[in-house]
Design a binder for this molecule. Structure first.
Ligand code: WTA
Length: 665
């Protein structure tokens, strides 16, 4: 983060107080902060009352053995029962849980809570018939179709942790995740619709299954939803493992008696990029996670389940889709929209058409999408009636004040509060955010920690910085939806998150407290970048590049990008044998294309470097550490900073001279 960004913040003096009517009827009022501060455990115990438990807890929080927390110790609960059955039992069976909208126009499905219950139970019985038992892992690699939600809730019902892998990830990325958590069943579909055309998923599963075959983590069954009806190819079906969803699920009984699981029973593993090449399997457990997500969904969006229509545009393949599309909203008995496709298919007003059609009142999306709509122009949303919208949310990356104000004005008619919600895969729930009925919000600031959350900004010594200064964003106290560990690697969990300062969680983000003490999240301070709100590690992309036979060494940095927030830029040194082909540094357009495709194959299209520069050397310190800061200067076309710690300061001249011939697609 540059000093310019820091000083710009102090020029921001726009303030947006809550609308009076919203403030008057808000779910959460200002007194919640004090209530939580005065009785931390009592506050979270009170929030837990919104759920149905089997056994009640003996202890709200067990933090005897940090950083291993137990929330609602001794209690039992079933997440699926809380998200589905209890609403039906309360007489809300006919209420719509999900207005599902397929990408092809007129391909829609309204699913009531009673129907959701039937579908989840059938899916549960189907998983049982495939041999899935409590504790087994199930991988889900699906587009945004209802079966994805059914499967997640079926897994939760059984106590078989799911791992949802984003459909944009490659076969290799899928295989490594399936292997790491040892999933024995993969649920997928033939494909999904993207930009008006069927886009295949099953072939990637086939490759992943083939890769793992015969090994310790061979996949036993692949359950395939027929979504597009596309051709699976000559070798696209293996009777030994592949089963159609309609063959296995449709005939199942819609009754299933759910078992209550321990509050700390694993609910899911979600893989996310860290500072090393190997993605981390973030483990979330049941009771605390549901308390954290349902409370924040109700508080931050001011959800009124009987009248609101909520829409979170995130893909279920990311944590936002888990916490604020599946578990939080469904636990709260909300009515929501779920949309399969992209915002501009078949036209750039698709999202707003959906908002108008369903009367969406609460809308939650990412800054990268908002910036894209800004670029397309307000004439597009202006064609639709968006007057139902009353709360707007943002997540995934810092929202620049211009995008915030545009969002508020254009989508929120200049009155809907924008809640800029800061959180992470690891935190499971929103931790820092305005409350729409309480906070006088500033554009670009996530404002203050929510009630019951103890967040701060500290310096290198771990001391709280004074208002007006920047530092590292940390958490001092556990919170209910926190990660419990990294799947299979307690040591890595401790080292990664809790080792910088004793018993303090370090999130990897830098932040500033302004003069009023409000928090401005500035982005990652580690080797993680944020591309369109998706986390990617520089090391992961570097490993992908180095796995190409022509590459000897690679360094990747996240460079500022107007649209996507950050974009991966790569600097590669070729192997001797490949240098002849790319005769000059920075040249070799074909090779660059080949390397970009290689990264897409190894990780997924989202990880494709925006730029790849072939260089003769990388800037390194005497101890051999790559000076990414300097490479970032190059990637962002800035003047090169201090090079005095370089072992050989002339390399920067070489790299810069190569820049002129850089290939940028
Ligand atoms: C960034 C997504 C600024 C941050 C829920 C964090 C944000 C990472 C915000 C987590 C926000 C998320 N303002 N930055 N409101 N929300 N981030 O794990 O860098 O995909 O560490 O979770 O996104 O990304 P993740």
């Amino acid at each position: 983060m540059s000093s310019e960004t820091l000083s710009n913040l102090s020029h921001e003096d726009r303030r947006f107080p809550p609308p009076a009517d919203l403030a008057a009827s808000a779910n959460v009022k200002a007194d919640a902060y004090d209530a939580a501060a005065n009785d931390f455990e009592g506050f979270w115990a009170a929030q837990a009352e919104r759920l149905d438990w089997g056994q009640k807890w003996e202890r709200v929080l067990n933090w005897d053995n940090p950083p291993f927390a137990k929330w609602f110790e001794g209690a039992t609960i079933n997440a699926s029962v809380n998200c589905v059955d209890r609403h039906v039992a309360a007489g809300k069976g006919d209420k719509v849980a999900i207005h599902w909208v397929g990408e092809p126009e007129d391909d829609t499905r309204d699913i009531t809570y009673a129907q959701l219950q039937d579908e989840v139970n059938k899916a549960t019985n189907a998983l049982i018939s495939l041999g899935v038992e409590k504790g087994d892992r199930v991988a889900i690699y699906l587009p945004m179709i209802p079966e994805c939600v059914f499967t997640m809730l079926a897994c939760a019902r059984l106590g078989a942790p799911h791992t949802v892998v984003f459909g944009g990830f490659s076969a290799d990325a899928l295989a490594s995740r399936v292997e790491d958590c040892g999933a024995k069943v993969v649920v997928t579909s033939d494909g999904g619709y993207r930009r008006g055309a069927p886009s295949a998923l099953k072939p990637a599963v086939d490759d992943a299954v083939a890769k793992l075959a015969g090994g310790e983590h061979a996949v036993e069954h692949v359950l395939v939803v027929r979504r597009t009806g596309q051709d699976l190819g000559e070798n696209g079906w293996n009777d030994d493992v592949d089963k159609w969803w309609h063959d296995v699920v449709d005939g199942q009984s819609s009754e299933h008696e759910a078992e209550m699981h321990d509050s700390e029973h694993p609910l899911y593993v979600m893989y996310t990029s860290g500072t090393t090449g190997k993605p981390k399997g973030i483990l979330h457990t049941t009771g605390g996670y549901l308390v954290g997500t349902s409370y924040t969904h109700w508080a931050v969006f001011d959800l009124k389940p009987d009248t609101d229509v909520y829409w979170c545009t995130a893909d279920v393949g990311w944590v936002t889709g888990h916490s604020y599309l599946v578990y939080g909203p469904l636990a709260n008995g909300a009515t929501q929209v779920m949309y399969e496709g992209v915002p501009d298919s078949p036209h750039k007003g698709r999202w707003w058409e959906i908002v108008e059609k369903y009367g969406v009142t609460i809308f939650y999306t990412a800054p990268t999408a908002i910036r894209t709509f800004m670029k397309w122009g307000r004439e597009i949303p202006d064609k639709f009636d968006l007057s139902s919208v009353r709360v707007l949310g943002s997540v995934g990356e810092p929202i620049n004040p211009e995008a915030y104000v545009w969002y508020r004005d254009t989508i929120g008619a200049g009155k809907a509060p924008v809640v800029d919600t800061w959180w992470q895969t690891e935190t499971g729930q929103i931790l820092i955010s305005p409350l729409p009925g309480v906070t006088e919000a500033k554009p670009g600031s996530a404002m203050t920690p929510l009630p019951g959350i103890d967040a701060d900004v500290v310096n290198d010594e771990g001391e709280s910085v004074p208002d007006g200064s920047g530092g590292y964003l940390i958490l001092r106290k556990p919170w209910p939806a926190m990660l419990r560990t990294i799947w299979g690697d307690d040591e890595r969990y401790k080292d990664t998150y809790w080792s910088r300062w004793p018993d303090v969680y370090f999130a990897g983000d830098g932040a500033k407290k302004d003069e009023d003490g409000d928090v401005w999240v500035l982005g990652r301070v580690d080797d993680v970048m944020n591309v369109s709100g998706h986390r990617l590690s520089t090391t992961e992309i570097e490993s992908a590049l180095v796995s190409h036979p022509k590459v000897a060494e690679a360094a990747v940095v996240g460079a500022t990008d107007e649209m996507t927030g950050q974009a991966p830029c790569a600097f590669v040194i070729l192997r001797e044998s490949a240098i002849a082909e790319a005769d000059e540094p920075g040249e070799g357009g074909d090779l660059v294309q080949e390397l970009r495709n290689h990264v897409a194959k190894e990780i997924g299209a989202i990880a494709k470097p925006r730029q790849i520069l072939v260089v003769p050397e990388l800037p390194k310190t005497r101890s051999g550490k790559i000076m990414r800061r300097l490479l970032r200067d190059v990637a962002e076309n800035r003047e090169i900073g201090d090079v005095t710690t370089l072992a050989d300061s002339s390399v920067m001249n070489l790299i810069q001279s190569g820049m002129s011939g850089s290939s940028d697609e």
